[in-house]
Design a binder for this molecule. Sequence first.
Ligand code: 13P
Length: 302
Amino acid sequence: MDTRILKEKILELKEKRNAVIVAHNYQIDDVQEIADMVGDSLALSRYCASSTKDIIVFCGVHFMAESAKILSPEKTVLLPEIDAGCPLANMVSVEALREEKKKYPEAAVVCYINTSADVKAECDICCTSSNAVKVISSLKEKDILFVPDQNLGSYIAKMVPDKNIILWKGFCPTHHRVRAEEVRKIKELHPDALLLVHPECRPEVVELADFVGSTKQIIDFAQQSPAKKFVIGTEMGVLHKLQKDNPGKTFYLMSPGMVCPNMKKTSLQSVYNALNEMKYEININEEIRLKARACLERMLQI
Ligand code: 13P
């Protein structure tokens, strides 16, 4: 089907179903264009929790749709591509986490939002890349068991030096693959550009950055900065909004490999199919959901 017609059909179906479409900043341009809200993981979970629509079509990856369902059990949450997972989230299992917790009985257990509902159910509080430093700083415990992203954990440890952050060995393959050597080369090519990176990048890359933040914080920083050129150290999906909102500025991707294959699975056709066939519905065991909700809500209260 023609893109324009497909977009019209999606909007028609959305009205008919009383649905809202949300998209993460890493989604393909066409999907971002038809979404009611495009944002980072924190903004999207807040938005879904406050939406009054019956159906949430979550254009993102599995843990994000799960978070929406955890906070809004009365709504139908649809993930257009059921195989859109997050390799980082899959790097921690409930069983492995329970074993690790036994080693640190005094520690607060903090999970990145990039975790499954059953892992969240095992944790004291959740955080996203935009509020991780604030969440960890708010805790009374000195020892913090942080899962699953070692790079975000290292960044927090640097920013909150009075805490003892116990790292898990997980990583986002899209961010972790970029090494400092490659970044130095692109900085040499564009010496007048600012380097903005996501904290899922390796510490050696974060070290070289002018600004570190979530996808939304990177987008806001570039918008407000008087600088004209930026090297962007996160998934290439953010370039859509950056280029659209800042026609006078130039953006270079830190590495051509910064593409999340899971985020790219969702297409206009899959959004249409989701609304037309009401698939794929996300459901969570109620006992797990209630525990995971406590973990997420503690974060949202901060
Ligand atoms: P944001 O918190 O910036 O949305 O990042 C989520 C994510 O999965 C980054 O890889």
